[in-house]
Design a protein around this ligand. Structure first.
Ligand code: HXC
Length: 258
């Protein structure tokens, strides 16, 4: 499909979606988020795709929701359109793993988009922040909720109240990103992680993603039970038999998603 604000490439088993509004530092407008949702839905339905990468440019992953699009909107406009609610749900509904490969600014909605992905690999140039307070508003796509769960109350509160940016090292120390890599190797590293994921059984991959996400939604005992039941259920699959046989036979497993 031809898109105007994103570039989508499927190579082998990995779908890479590059946000592409360079003149606006990839600011997220309705058009871009609509296209991103369509691309993610397509990737989820495409049997060839086993992992997704969302990335931006070297200067900006995304500098936030598009301020120019939002500036004239009224409360009624925002409420009736449930501004970016549907778009956010589409991203989070994606069943296949999504890696955010972040270089440069990931601010406001950009930081929130990165946090909606399953994990973040950051270039050493990455800067994360929730500067909405400087615009007389606040985050609307998870900046007060997901960021607090990732980095704890004190840091999340400070970032949301002052608009301070966090550099890549601080983001790694705080648990916001899984890893920091040199900017020039960002896509290579993201791609290597995606290739590793693509080798696994898709059944297991989806079960793991669901179980980890459950940790944010439920109590520990419910989460542990959910995990254990999913673990048990994987013994109904051919891929469990193959994975364990391959270990015993000292060969690599050939998973068939069955
Ligand atoms: C629209 C944006 C933009 C944004 C940058 N641009 N961020 N346009 N919305 N969020 C545009 C600028 O207007 C400018 O266009 C061009 O991109 C380059 O930006 P500069 O400011 O000239 O670049 P620089 O001086 O390097 O500063 C980079 C920056 C700054 C620090 C990232 O652009 C900035 O502070 N941006 C806004 C960050 C922000 O407040 N984000 C939160 C948005 S609210 P022109 O045409 O002038 O050249 C939000 C709410 C989410 O995200 C909730 C959703 C439900």
């Amino acid at each position: 499909m031809a898109y105007e604000t994103i570039i989508v490439e499927v190579e082998d088993h990995v779908c890479t979606i590059k946000l592409n509004r360079p003149d606006a530092l990839n600011a997220l407008n309705s058009h871009l988020l609509g296209e991103l949702g369509d691309a993610l839905t397509d990737a989820d339905q495409n049997d060839k795709v086993r992992c997704i990468i969302i990335t931006g440019s070297t200067k900006a992953f995304a500098a936030g929701a598009d301020i120019k699009e939002m500036s004239e909107k009224s409360y009624v406009d925002m409420f009736l359109s449930d501004f970016f609610g549907r778009e956010g749900e589409t991203i989070c509904r994606t069943r296949k793993p999504i890696i955010a490969a972040v270089a440069g600014y990931a601010l406001g909605g950009g930081c929130e988009l990165a946090m909606m992905c399953d994990f973040i690999i950051a270039a050493d140039t990455a800067k994360f922040g929730q500067p909405e307070i400087n615009l007389g508003v606040m985050p609307g796509l998870g900046g007060t909720q997901r960021l607090t769960r990732f980095v704890g109350k004190s840091k999340a509160m400070e970032m949301n109240l002052t608009g301070r940016f966090m550099d890549a090292d601080e983001a790694e120390r705080s648990g916001l990103v899984s890893r920091v890599v040199p900017a020039k190797t960002l896509m290579e590293e993201a791609r290597a992680a995606a290739d590793k994921i693509a080798e696994k059984s898709m059944l297991t991959t989806i079960a793991v993603k669901e179980a980890v996400n459950r940790a944010y939604e439920t109590t520990l005992s419910e989460g542990l039970l959910y995990e254990r039941r999913l673990f048990h259920s994987l013994f109904a699959t051919d891929d469990q038999k193959e994975g364990m046989a391959a270990f015993t036979e000292k060969r690599s497993a050939q998973f068939r998603d069955r």
